[in-house]
Design a protein. Sequence first.
Length: 157
Amino acid sequence: MDCIYFVNMETSKSSIKEITATTAFKVRHPVLREGKPIDSCQFTGDDFPTTFHLGYYIHDELVGVVTLMKNSYKELDHKNAYQLRGMAVLTNFQKRGIGDALVKKAEEMILARGGTFIWMNAREIAVRFYEKLGYTKHDVPFTIPKIGLHFVMIKTL
């Protein structure tokens, strides 16, 4: 894809681009599904026309990804909702604002597409990250087998 969005990062040249699902696997797999088969990081809906994927590049190296799927949350009535999935930043690049930049760019793009609401199933270790970006917990936590404790998090855009 040829959409490129430049972001400020003091120490290096970086950009956020729309990418394919297959490209997203390059970061999604080692971060979210390490030790599992590559097909374990493929999501139903990855190739839907309403789904988009963003990649964060530093000097042409893909270091972070996020996927956004047009998908309503069953318990809340939002017709223009998107689900955030597969948020991942390579370990050596975490804690540098890359995840923040990806989420903020995703929110901008959702708004541009007429979206008004975003939700996700966040891993327990990611809850504080999303809370700092204005997301709130909704409902009770749940466990995804072989992955761990998750919380539904929501935000109206």
